[in-house]
Ligand binder design. Sequence first.
Ligand SMILES: C[S@@+](CC[C@H](N)C(=O)[O-])C[C@H]1O[C@@H](n2cnc3c(N)ncnc32)[C@H](O)[C@@H]1O
Length: 290
Amino acid sequence: MTARAASSTAVLVCQGRAAADGRYAVGRFSDPVAVRLLDPAERAVVDRVRTGAAPPGSERMAYEMVRRTGITMVPRTVAIDAAVRAHAAPQVVILGAGLDARAWRMPELADATVYEVDHPASQADKVRRAGALEPVAGRLVPVAVDLAADSLAGPLVAAGFDREVATTWVWEGVVPYLTARAVRGTVAQVAELSATGSRLVVNYQARSLFTRVMQGAMRLVWRLSRQPDPMAGEPWRSMWRPGQLRTLLQRGGFEVLSDESLLALAEGLDLPPGNEGSLRNGRILVAVLR
Ligand SMILES: C[S@@+](CC[C@H](N)C(=O)[O-])C[C@H]1O[C@@H](n2cnc3c(N)ncnc32)[C@H](O)[C@@H]1O
């Protein structure tokens, strides 16, 4: 297990959901819990994005980052929520849960046990932030695991996870932060732990030159603006061609049911234009263990 600080990208995507709530795709997307998981200083930029008034000067970077992240979060959340609803499993495991609010906002989880797996510092930070917020999930169990170094089975089974019971696994916004080796290792462990019929919902980044160039440009702009870059401590370590990930999952015994870009999933959702590049390369794959 490697020591590190709580995830700041988990805060960023939570800010994005808080900024998008009630503004974009109303009636399809909703995350009213997100804002309650943020500390006051983190809410300030969210409030600003919600007014639509972009600040001048160096604060503009953080504003744009949260605004654009909000747009990306809408199809990502809508698609994953739909996949969770489509497979009413008694166990849901959220890998790299960050500030995911499904256990607090999805009544469909009322009969489910939700295991929120995350790196220990992020796990502790989530427990602090959630505080007295009452989950709607039947049972909520935090589990500390470093997916790059630890076995998933030991802590998960010790926390009450039942290998014989069908499970929905949610793996959202985590794959890019793991090396290809850690992704392969996690897929193998998930397959090992899953009863037949279990589903895996994975959000990943397709390999793209556009994304690499944009990331480099963003790093430079953050440096020049002398603002803290939320991605600085969490570099992307793996991007996948859709065919590569499909093959990996098939080798693990999964059948891929769908694999779509966020851009395709955004169709019919009421979103502002201008984020197509990012939406094109983010993908949601749903697979079932046969
Ligand atoms: C961008 S956040 C996504 C959080 C959440 N899934 C969401 O979509 O809101 C990335 C998450 O991956 C987790 N993560 C990154 N590397 C990890 C590792 N080696 N083991 C466990 N979790 C990890 C971080 O702690 C963080 O919660």
